[in-house]
Each structure stands twice: as structure tokens, then as C-alpha cells.
Design a protein around this ligand. Structure first.
Ligand code: ZN
Length: 151
């Protein structure tokens, strides 16, 4: 199996079996983002446990890339600190803006590495980034991030 079809399998698996999908009861921060060119919709919500671990909830509908990306986001960010969350989010943004070049760090990105192939298709990059933009807004709203930081 070549790398490209392995990546497609990972994305399809997250699309068919979304991890941690569902909204939180009383989120500290919540952001709803729309990708009008594709019709994708994502809500990402954030809470923080007393130890500083992030609790992520989400809901949405749209194409396989947007929904799989949200599922991967939850898998990677849930339980992490805000600092680690930022490290992962920035690594993902960097990979998606590298147009298939660059050298994404699989240790940090986990299953998100599967979206490296999507980065070659500018029209789909917005789909992949939608939930990550919503995450940033939810974290700002929750008071966990300062506005303008790393945007
Ligand atoms: Zn889409």
C-alpha cells in the first residue's frame, strides 16, 4: 500500500468513526465556523480540567476532509495542556500551508499527518483547517489564549 492510499484510509476511518463527537454541557469557549465554498460546518468547544488538561467537544457536518480533521483534532488535543495544544495546532497549520513540501513531524501530528496529501489541493486546505480555526477561537473565548497570538 502506498503512502497516499494509507493517508486516504486514515481520513476515511476518522470520517466513518469520528472520535469524541458531541457537544459539552457548559463549555468555557465555543466557536462555530463555516466553510462556504464547500458547505462544511464545525462547532468546537473547550473546557479545562483542574489539572489543566483540555476537554474538547465538537459537532459538525460536511465533507469527509472537514469532518475527519475535527475527529483527528479531538484525538490529538483532548487531555493536553494549552501549551501542547498550541504546538500541535501550529504544526498542523504549517503542514497545511506547505503545499505538500515541508517536513511534518509525525511525533507531534499523529494521524493528522494523513492530511499532508490534502495540502497539495488548495481548495481542500480550508476544509482541513476549519476545525483548527474554530479551536483557536474557542480557546480565546475560554480565556486560555490571548487574542492575536499565533494567528
Ligand atoms: Zn469540505
Amino acid at each position: 500500500m502506498d503512502l497516499e492510499s494509507l493517508y486516504q484510509d486514515i481520513i476515511l476511518d476518522h470520517y466513518k468513526h469520528p472520535r469524541g463527537k458531541g457537544l459539552l454541557d457548559r463549555p468555557m469557549g465555543s466557536a462555530f465556523h463555516v466553510n462556504p465554498t464547500c458547505g462544511d460546518e464545525i462547532t468546537v468547544q473547550v473546557n479545562q480540567d483542574p489539572q489543566g488538561g483540555l476537554i474538547i467537544g465538537y459537532d459538525g457536518q460536511g465533507c469527509s476532509i472537514s469532518q475527519a480533521s475535527a475527529s483527528v483534532l479531538v484525538e490529538l488535543i483532548h487531555g493536553e495542556t494549552i501549551e501542547k495544544s498550541e504546538e500541535i495546532r501550529k504544526a498542523f497549520l504549517e503542514m497545511m500551508h506547505a503545499q505538500g513540501a515541508g517536513d511534518p513531524n509525525e511525533d507531534i501530528l499523529g494521524d493528522a499527518i494523513a492530511f499532508a496529501g490534502v495540502a497539495k489541493f488548495p481548495a481542500r486546505v480550508k476544509c482541513a483547517l476549519l476545525s483548527w480555526m474554530a479551536l483557536q477561537d474557542a480557546e480565546i473565548q475560554a480565556g486560555l489564549l490571548t487574542t492575536g497570538e499565533g494567528a
